[in-house]
Design a protein around this ligand. Structure first.
Ligand code: AMP
Ligand code: MG
Length: 418
């Protein structure tokens, strides 16, 4: 399908000054420097902070060779199926068995207990027949069977976590497992947010004709909260140059980043871009993406400025595609490579060439067990429900003129497991 040919012209195509999505992201992210201030935090306060130092393990993990099973610890050498061994005691997790296990002997052992001296293997309790203080082996035992060697996970002195690593649940657990109680992390960026628009009312207030509720501050606030930054919320600022100028000046005093929504287009009440030009520097503001084309990026004194569009879906798309990687870099985080899946689309997807599109999709397992993606339906940039229903972006390239059902499309899942 080629919509451009069908319609004869396409306003989106070849618009001068439009930056491609990849260029824009590279330019934004590479112009951001990591915050150099550091602080020490305890483990309980370390979730979603970014390590400012390499962490070397001070100990072996596990610290001692131990059993992976509940069973019997024995010396495997020369022990055959049918052998009978004397049970001489019990090794508990946290309560090692003090005696040496000699030939013809074994010790009852629980998962996680230290392997007693003299033993080199553990036989699962399901594979022996026990009678009083003896066991009979139902099969032969290999050396090191069901034994977790000391240092199997990490050896003392080796790199446990690298500088730039975000601390997620797995990293928190890993730090605890090596006994590290405090870590040095990058200071959290201070991010000031405000929404612009005379039509915006706070939740709880009545709506007059022409009003809408301000939803962007909630999406923006919560996306930032998940990222782990410090948020300063200026609320809603009316479409008045004086009010906007005051908000800009206050915000730039103490923020690492300032993020606004609305007012970046070319309407008569769109003052954000002009204010950025007046009080700071604008880098560029037109990106060939949909939704989210009008995006202002620049500097405001010492802070970075992101002027996001007003439409609720555009806010989320531009946040995830541009602001989030920029702020993660500001936090000193090593950005993991982006994961894009190639998945067949269940339905045809309409699109005009010119701008890359972030359509909202639902990635699911089809009846044959393979992944398939379908559209959430109408793709208007004001339809926030599409973001709620979606679990992925379907990314269509600038050149694409739509795809037929069954064709492969690029899919970016919203979230992983951690
Ligand atoms: P603007 O970019 O200011 O022209 O806004 C584009 C569209 O987004 C308009 O329909 C606005 O009413 C809507 N909009 C702007 N800000 C918000 C907000 N904070 N919450 C919900 N919708 C908004
Ligand atoms: Mg507006």
């Amino acid at each position: 399908m080629n919509n451009q040919a069908e319609t004869g012209s396409c306003a989106d195509n070849h618009e001068p000054g439009l930056l491609t999505m990849d260029d824009a992201r590279t330019r934004i992210v590479s112009s951001i420097e990591a915050i150099s201030d550091q602080e020490e935090v305890g483990l309980w306060g370390a979730l979603d902070r970014v390590l400012a130092e390499d962490i070397l393990s001070p100990i072996d993990v596990p610290p001692y060779t131990n059993s992976a099973m509940d069973g019997y610890a024995l010396n495997s050498h020369g022990v055959e199926q049918g052998a009978t061994l004397q049970v001489i005691g019990t090794a508990w997790a946290g309560k090692p068995f003090a005696r040496r296990v000699e030939k013809g002997e074994c010790a009852r052992i629980m998962t996680g207990a230290v392997i007693p001296d003299g033993a080199d293997a553990v036989v699962m309790q399901e594979l022996v027949q026990r009678e009083a203080d003896t066991i009979c082996l139902q099969r032969s035992v290999r050396a090191a069977e069901n034994v977790r060697p000391a240092g199997e996970d990490l050896t003392a002195g080796s790199l446990a976590l690298a500088k730039g690593q975000r601390i997620r649940p797995a990293e928190l657990g890993l730090l605890a497992s090596i006994g590290v109680a405090e870590v040095v992390v990058t200071r959290r960026p201070r991010v000031t947010i405000f929404c612009t628009g005379d039509e915006l009312r706070a939740v709880g207030q009545p709506l007059a004709k022409g009003d809408i509720y301000d939803s962007n501050r909630y999406t923006l606030y919560s996306m930032l909260q998940r990222l782990g930054v410090e948020i300063i919320d200026f609320g809603v600022i009316p479409d008045q140059p004086e009010a906007l100028e005051k908000a800009f000046r206050d915000a730039m005093k103490s923020s690492d980043a300032v993020i606004t929504t609305g007012g970046v287009s070319v309407g008569d009440a769109d003052y954000v871009t002009g204010m950025l030009e007046k009080l700071g520097q604008i880098d560029f503001w037109k990106i060939a993406i949909k939704p989210g084309r009008p995006l202002a990026f620049g500097r405001l004194g010492e802070s970075r400025f992101f002027g996001l569009p007003g439409n609720p879906v555009s806010v989320m798309v531009t946040f995830y595609q541009f602001v989030q990687p920029a702020l993660r870099r500001m936090m000193g985080e090593n950005l993991p490579p982006r994961v894009l899946l190639q998945i067949p689309t269940a339905t045809a997807l309409r699109k005009r060439p010119g701008r890359a599109e972030f359509q909202r999709g639902i990635l699911e397992t089809g009846e044959d067990g393979t992944l398939i993606v379908r559209s959430t339906g109408h793709q208007g940039s004001g339809i926030l429900r599409s973001m709620s229903e979606a679990n992925c972006f379907i990314i269509l390239t600038e050149e694409s003129s739509g795809v037929e059902a069954g064709e492969l499309v690029s899919v970016e899942p919203f979230q992983g497991l951690v």
